[in-house]
Design a protein around this ligand. Structure first.
Ligand code: SAH
Ligand code: SF4
Length: 343
């Protein structure tokens, strides 16, 4: 397989064009074409001589993702696109429009190795990691689409298919590339990474002191329940995970979000809420609860409005801020954890 364009860093692109005996300014022009004009094919670089355009077309793969199908939610606010990768495997990414925000939800792996029982991606197992360029390409796809409407991406949540911290290096390389001031210039603070709770990666992330926001998929406040829902809890139990979270907050001063998919009668009980409030005491955090999106491989059902409100009330009485998020995009299976397409 040839080199894929979005896999290259600016220095790599510069040295490649240098090897082709191109003048130094070409690399910058190429970079700006890619990340500021969102050109996705060599023919669009009309500022380049034809010979260079043909060489690019011959040596470098520009079509990293092929959109295969697109689903729009009934309110038109959410768009989910299924992409085919070069090896034929499939991933999905979602655009959610809400007031002035255009939030992307992107994938980091084909499938996922973590096996959370309620998650559609987990139910398909792990296929492979995405390269940094395959992660970047999802953003460029929507950036181009929004650019055509005179709009732009405002936030990126790494909550699509896969466990981001299992593909740590490629994800950080993608974030760095999207962050390049001469290129897309997308601020680190506008990213949120959601992890199932891989403790060594959380510690590493804390040390790197990035401005990126961190969300932790907690979903249960005692180890028995959490292990039954998220098998990774066997390896990194709750107290160890929360210790790492405390260290993260101490080192970065940043607030952590805890995610909680409310499953009726399972983790939406007053006992779980009370236990959670005790565990999170004194931690700079926020709980994002969302009613479960039921999936084929899991018998759990979504919580009810009343139970969700009660859960929130108990947390807030203990001083833990909690938001119950709406299930957006549910009619197109674009809710969190609903992304699971296989070819
Ligand atoms: N692997 C990462 C990020 C992808 S999943 C993680 O687990 O955090 C993004 C979020 O969707 C996670 O909080 C995950 O627990 C949640 N999720 C997965 N399946 C879900 C479902 N069926 N209903 C509601 N939330 C779900
Ligand atoms: Fe993987 Fe996250 Fe799904 Fe768990 S919830 S299986 S970590 S994608």
């Amino acid at each position: 397989m040839s080199i894929q364009i979005y896999d290259l860093t600016f220095p790599e692109l510069t040295s490649l064009l240098n090897d082709w005996d191109e003048p130094a300014y070409r690399a910058r022009q190429l970079w700006q074409g890619l990340y500021q004009q969102f050109w996705n094919s060599p023919e669009l670089f009309t500022n380049f001589p034809t010979s260079l355009r043909s060489q690019l077309a011959e040596k470098i793969q520009f079509k990293v993702l092929a959109p295969v199908s697109t689903l729009n939610s009934s309110d038109g606010q959410t768009v989910k696109t299924l992409f085919r990768l070069q090896d034929g495997k499939g991933i999905e990414a979602v655009l959610m429009r809400y007031e002035k925000r255009n939030t992307l939800c992107i994938s980091t792996q084909v499938g996922c190795a973590m096996g959370c029982v309620f998650c559609a991606t987990g139910q398909m197992g792990f296929k492979r990691h995405l390269s940094s360029g395959e992660i970047v390409a999802q953003v460029m796809y929507y950036a181009r689409l929004l650019h055509d409407e005179a709009a732009s991406v405002t936030n990126i949540v790494v909550m699509g298919m896969g466990e981001p911290f299992h593909n740590y290096d490629n994800l950080m390389a993608a974030i760095d590339r999207l962050n390049e001031p001469e290129g897309y210039n997308f601020g680190a603070r506008r990213f949120t990474i959601s992890t199932v709770g891989l403790v060594p990666a959380i510690r590493r992330f804390a040390l790197e002191k990035r401005q990126v926001n961190l969300a932790i998929s907690l979903h249960a406040a005692d180890d028995n329940l959490r292990t039954s829902m998220l098998p990774v809890n066997k390896r990194y139990p709750i107290d160890e995970l929360l210790d790492a979270c405390r260290e993260y907050v101490a080192m970065t001063g940043r607030r952590i979000s805890f995610e909680w998919a409310l499953v009726n009668g399972v983790n939406d009980t007053p006992e779980q809420a009370r236990l959670l409030a005790r565990k999170l005491k004194g931690l700079l955090c926020h709980v994002n609860a969302i009613p479960l999106n039921p999936t084929r491989g899991y018998s759990g059902q979504a919580t009810t409005r009343e139970r969700a409100d009660k859960f929130k009330e108990i947390l807030e009485q203990s001083g833990i801020p909690c938001t119950i998020r709406l299930r957006r995009g549910i009619d197109i299976q674009a809710g969190c954890g609903q992304l699971a397409i296989q070819f």
